[in-house]
Design a protein around this ligand. Structure first.
Ligand code: GLA
Length: 440
């Protein structure tokens, strides 16, 4: 495609209104992605279990399907970098590495679809991917979109290595158009903002919401609490700029969940789950689901944390307070006047006893109950002035799901929580068998 054709296509973008208002990912996408845990391990001879190969993705699809993840909403199996052959085929199409993906991507997509899951893939708006595999230059956008659609791909992570702001400004909208033109619903994840520093005026979040379903704003997560804290700090220090950008079908992406790996304690793992729920972040795990300990599994499968993350209003939460004591309070408004609170300790000494009240956290007068997401206990008889004392572990959280009691009825208990966790038709708890006595 020559430069004139590229510009003509770009002009067409300007006539697009809310191109991404297509019903996809009305709640943040959930699933599994290879990168953080398995990186660019291409040595299948030496490390057959962990190398980037079709077997790895089949294994993860099996786990998602057989171990209860799918029912919880974890549905995308996403291939990251290093899946490609170094050469395009004779027709100029990308092709997978023939040794590591002998069956091809279409067959893998089939395998994933047969289990009721969806397949994601990775490409790069530039000359090379971040690991040096073939990139998608401007002239290759259309053919790559068509190739992915023909394989039955459901999600594209479009990275931005080996390019520049001008190429990105053309390429990211063009890929959106090209994906739409395939007629296949494909979730479009853009790394564009991360390559522009993540903030206005360089990043236009209105445009982002129109062309992408989700976007990476900041640096890659690594397997450590330090990396996680840097991401959390960046997201909440810049909340005025980025929080309004999120909503159904358009999500900020602070990167993968690293729970289940080597860098986080159990408390830190709960902190990631809690904060990602507050942020309405995609819940994309990157861990070895074949060897996951029960502690990490319980956190990743916590139904109330997931329900908060998947709240149908899709309003991203905010940091309310940063105390001198190094306790921080985060809040997210939820469906039917419920809300989530996260109390995070940045301390490194011992559990801290934090005193507060709902009124101090700007709650209106009224009667409330709170469900403690990680202990499973319910705190009853709260009003806005009730003194609350919480014990928060170092680098840990207390997470509350707070709901107002119906007027003139102060005795409701789990009924009310169930009522508030009920979402419209697509909401996942609906699919659970009724008659379940235990809450959720
Ligand atoms: C970039 C992305 C990561 C991952 C790697 C792959 O760093 O931000 O998420 O996709 O490239 O090379």
């Amino acid at each position: 495609m020559g430069p004139i054709a590229v510009i003509l296509q770009l002009l067409a973008v300007m006539s697009l209104t809310a191109a991404k208002d297509d019903g996809l990912v009305r709640t943040p996408p959930m699933g599994w992605m290879a990168w953080e845990r398995f990186r660019c391990d291409v040595d299948c001879k030496d490390d057959p279990e962990n190398c980037i190969s079709e077997a790895l993705f089949r294994d993860m699809a099996d786990r998602l399907y057989e171990d209860g993840w799918k029912e919880l909403g974890y549905e995308y199996v996403i291939i990251d970098d290093c899946w490609m052959s170094m050469e395009r085929d004779k027709e100029g199409r990308l092709q997978p590495d023939p040794v590591r993906f002998p069956g091809g991507i279409a067959k893998l997509a089939n395998y994933v679809h047969e289990r009721g899951l969806k397949l994601g893939i990775y490409a790069d708006m530039g000359t090379f991917t971040c690991m040096g595999f073939p990139g998608t230059t401007l002239d290759k956008i259309q053919i790559d979109a068509q190739t992915f659609a023909s394989w039955g791909v459901d999600y594209l992570k479009f990275d931005g290595c080996s390019s520049n702001p001008l190429v990105q400004m053309l390429g990211y909208p063009l890929m959106s158009i090209a994906l739409n033109a395939t007629g296949r619903p494909i979730v479009y994840s853009c790394s564009w903002p991360a390559y522009l520093g993540g903030l206005p005026p360089f990043v236009n979040y209105n445009l982002m919401g129109e062309i992408c379903h989700l976007w990476r704003n900041y640096y890659d997560i690594q397997d450590s609490w330090d990396s996680l804290q840097a991401i959390v700090d960046w997201f909440f220090n810049n909340q005025d700029e980025i929080q309004p950008a999120a909503g159904p079908g358009r999500w900020n992406d602070p990167d993968m969940l690293i729970i289940g790996n080597f860098g986080l304690s159990m408390d830190e793992s709960r902190s990631q789950m809690a904060l990602w729920a507050i942020m309405a972040a995609p819940l994309i795990m990157s861990t070895d689901l074949r060897h996951l300990d029960n502690g990490a599994r319980a956190i990743l499968q916590n139904k109330v944390a997931i329900a908060i993350n998947q709240d149908p209003l899709g309003i991203q939460g905010r940091r309310l307070l940063k105390e001198k004591s190094r306790i921080e309070v985060y809040w997210r408004p939820l469906f039917q006047s419920a809300s989530a609170l996260v109390f995070l300790s940045r301390r490194t000494d011992m559990p801290y006893r934090y005193h507060t009240s709902l009124g101090k956290l700007h709650y209106e007068e009224g009667n409330y109950e709170a469900y403690d997401v990680f202990t499973g206990t319910t705190v009853k008889g709260l009003n806005s002035t009730t003194e609350i004392t919480l014990s928060i572990n170092p680098s840990g959280v207390v997470m509350w799901y707070v709901y107002p009691l119906r007027k003139h009825n102060h005795t409701t208990d789990t009924e009310t929580l169930r009522h508030h966790l009920r979402k419209p038709a697509e909401f996942r708890f609906h699919r659970e068998k009724s008659g379940h006595r235990t809450l959720l």
